[in-house]
Design a protein around this ligand. Structure first.
Ligand SMILES: NC(=O)c1ccc[n+]([C@@H]2O[C@H](COP(=O)([O-])OP(=O)(O)OC[C@H]3O[C@@H](n4cnc5c(N)ncnc54)[C@H](OP(=O)(O)O)[C@@H]3O)[C@@H](O)[C@H]2O)c1
Length: 297
């Protein structure tokens, strides 16, 4: 059961193995299908899942080593052959450019907030850190779910802050302030936040920002600044580690994106296939606003 598609856009660079086509995220149209394919037809608009063969439930050891663009060929190419199980239909409100940004950062943010044993509820407070892809999606999802968002950035006072507020953050603070954790707590009336989408590994400050019994979802930053672990003694909080998510979660997220007309934030400059190297450098520079996308064709 194979689906052949042409990929229009890609984003997200992961540590790739030499000889493996890079980039984990992409979206495109189905060009042709095998006789036994039932999930899609020619012309379907699809995106690839980040972990191949992780359809639902717990992460298996096989799925763990099937990261697209790292262990298996990624999406910096025009054509690719996929098993139909490794693709999802993209949200109807998203362009190909927008949809190409969903497989890693968006699914990670969705998993962090809605797929643990404790899930985000209306009225909860969420802390996001910086303006990377995961954090921007987390703000949009949290806002749509009726939560309040406290966001941090290293660029307070400029366009970055306005963008975070526009997306749904009610308070924006600087992670360059030594006591930003305390400031987050103050911004929630002293209670602390229910969820922290932890991308920075700011252990001490995050622990200071968490409410009693809250949850820190570790996405990046190795779970603690300088390799130390979070001190959860004061809050009796929980730590949960997330690695992107499964296909069911991706499909649930896409329904929410459609229902709430959520538009992924994409940097205004779209790069060509020939400019891929510059696009990577640009993404590394941190100058972008939102996801960096390469349009292959
Ligand atoms: N576990 C998973 O499944 C998973 C999935 C995706 C990504 N990740 C990891 O999650 C992290 C974030 O990835 P991403 O793609 O969303 O973002 P990214 O592109 O790596 O993040 C860039 C942003 O990080 C912010 N930043 C820099 N230093 C910071 C600090 N000390 N504290 C808080 N924010 C800081 C900056 O925001 P400002 O410009 O606003 O200052 C910058 O724009 C990375 O480590 C990535 O490898 C993990």
């Amino acid at each position: 059961m194979l689906v052949l598609l042409t990929l229009f856009q890609n984003s997200y660079l992961w540590g790739t193995t030499p000889g493996v086509v890079p980039l984990s995220d992409g979206a495109g149209s189905v060009l042709a299908i095998g006789a036994a394919v039932t999930r899609f037809s020619t012309g379907s608009k699809v995106a690839a899942t980040f972990h191949r063969q992780w359809l639902s439930g717990e992460l298996s050891s096989l799925a763990r080593i099937s990261q697209i663009g790292a262990h298996t060929d990624g999406l910096l190419r025009q054509y690719a052959v996929f098993h139909e199980d490794d693709l999802v239909a993209v949200p109807s409100n998203c362009s190909f450019v927008q949809a190409s940004t969903l497989p890693c950062a968006a699914v990670t943010a969705w998993n962090a907030l809605f797929c643990g044993h404790r899930t985000l509820k209306p009225g909860d407070a969420v802390l996001t850190q910086g303006s990377g892809g995961v954090s921007l999606f987390a703000i949009q999802f949290a806002k749509a779910a009726g939560a309040t968002v406290v966001a941090t950035t290293g660029r307070l006072g400029g366009e970055r802050e306005s963008q975070l507020r526009q997306l749904g953050a009610t308070t924006v603070l600087s992670y360059r302030d030594a006591d930003w954790g305390k400031q987050v707590r103050a911004a929630t009336g002293g209670r602390g936040v229910d969820f922290i989408v932890e991308v920075s590994g700011a252990g001490e400050q995050s622990a200071a920002a968490l409410r009693l019994g809250g949850q820190i979802v570790i996405i990046g930053g190795d779970g603690g600044s300088g390799g130390s672990i979070f001190d959860m003694r004061r809050t009796m909080g929980e730590l949960r580690r997330v690695t992107v998510g499964n296909r069911d979660q991706f499909e649930d997220m896409n329904r929410a994106i459609e229902a709430n007309n959520i538009c992924p934030v994409v940097d205004e400059r779209i790069w060509t296939f020939e400019q891929a190297r510059e696009a990577f450098e640009y993404a590394q520079s941190g100058k972008m606003t939102g996801k960096v996308v390469i349009q292959v064709k």
